[in-house]
Design a protein around this ligand. Structure first.
Ligand SMILES: *Cc1c(COP(=O)(O)O)cnc(C)c1O
Length: 356
């Protein structure tokens, strides 16, 4: 069996040799006492990168989102977000279970929405209404197809948030993809936000970790929740060293992932009945709509696995593919060919039974 070409998610990245060397060489101390020098260095580096006062190293992006809501919200508060947002659909109803906040989701295929979309959903302050408290955006939009929030839209949301006394929270799991794709500094997108984090364990190629940033008072409260939730660590410099290595070596190269996603889109664009996400690949995520082919997404995914290509099934007729550090241009071409061939076979027999 050839090596698996894993396009299911950019979490498939493995720590490289250079990253493992950085991990091995990391100076460490007790993080819970604020004495791990490598963790402190990573936090300072990310705060600067995002134009925020302070930052906090965490085990995961999910914890970063949940801690942000715990700091910003009281039980019964409301968070406005996209209907396909990770915070709404992919975190085990964490907001309901932990901060007691509820969501006011906006239907949007791209994950993007306008200031008017938000303004229409904010509640008038009344004793019987939920209290609008947070606007949450994803940079880039994961289930929206890796789309980028323009800086102007973020500034407009910030102005609305300020006017209404809300917090603007950015789930920046792939913020650096947006920075590289646009050529704008990450801080241009992140500095206007009241809280923002980046994931180290996606396209940046680290084994573990996320870094949450914000004003000093926010991070002070976030630290209390980090400890309460069991996110405090000890010699976490072992993990933070991977983050520092990734910021030095794995950011500019995200452009290759974007080029590979476009390459994949070009290979698949001409297949009859197969619809790429509108506008094609913008960063490293590409959704395919198979409904025009009559082939169920699950059947295609199973056929591809048989050829050592993994994609993510996102619905009866929807597939997601994500390019990353461990996917080369050659891998993308091989995957594209496998998809075209599998679709041709399955169209003849959509259930995937072997044709005698
Ligand atoms: C992956 C992801 C998360 C969660 O991050 P983890 O580090 O896996 O917990 C949150 N939001 C978005 C948009 C993501 O893609």
């Amino acid at each position: 069996m050839p090596r698996l070409i894993d396009l299911a998610a950019d979490t498939a990245t493995r720590p490289s040799k250079g990253m493992r060397q950085a991990i091995a060489a990391a100076p460490v101390g007790d993080e819970q006492r604020g004495e791990d020098p490598t963790t402190l260095a990573l936090e300072a580096r990310v705060a600067g990168l995002l134009g925020q006062e302070k930052a906090l190293f965490l085990p995961s992006g999910t914890m970063a989102n949940q801690i942000a809501f715990l700091v910003h919200c009281r039980a019964g508060d409301e968070i406005v977000c996209a209907e396909n947002a990770h915070v709404f659909g992919s975190e085990g109803a964490g907001a309901a279970a932990l901060s007691g906040a509820q969501f006011r989701p906006i239907e949007t295929a791209t994950g993007l929405f306008s200031v008017e979309d938000v303004a229409r959903r904010l509640r008038a302050p009344r004793h019987r209404s939920p209290r609008s408290r947070v606007i949450a955006i994803e940079q880039t939009t994961n289930r929206g197809g890796g789309r980028i929030w323009p800086e102007a839209d973020i500034l407009a949301l910030k102005a609305l948030a300020q006017e209404k006394g809300l917090a603007l929270h950015m789930d920046g799991a792939r913020l650096l993809n947006a920075a590289v794709a646009t050529g704008l500094a990450a801080a241009r997108f992140a500095a206007p936000c009241d809280s923002v984090w980046i994931d180290l364990s996606k396209g940046l190629g680290c084994p573990v970790g996320a870094v949450l940033a914000g004003p000093e008072a926010f991070i002070e409260e976030a630290l209390v929740w980090k400890h309460r939730l069991g996110g405090a660590m000890r010699q976490s410099g072992i993990l933070a060293a991977a983050g520092l290595y990734a910021l030095d070596h794995n950011v500019a190269r995200l452009a290759e992932d974007h080029a590979n996603a476009r390459r994949l889109a070009a290979l698949l664009g001409a297949v009859p009945g197969l619809a790429l996400q509108p506008g094609g690949a913008v960063t490293n995520i590409l959704f395919l709509d198979l409904s025009g082919t009559g082939v169920p997404a699950r059947a295609l995914a199973e056929a591809l696995l048989g050829e050592a290509v993994r994609v993510n099934v996102e619905g009866e007729s929807r597939i997601r593919m994500v390019t990353h550090l461990d996917i080369s241009a050659g891998d993308v071409e091989a995957a594209g060919r496998a998809i075209v061939a599998a679709l041709a076979r399955l169209r003849a027999d959509p259930q995937g039974h072997a044709v005698p």
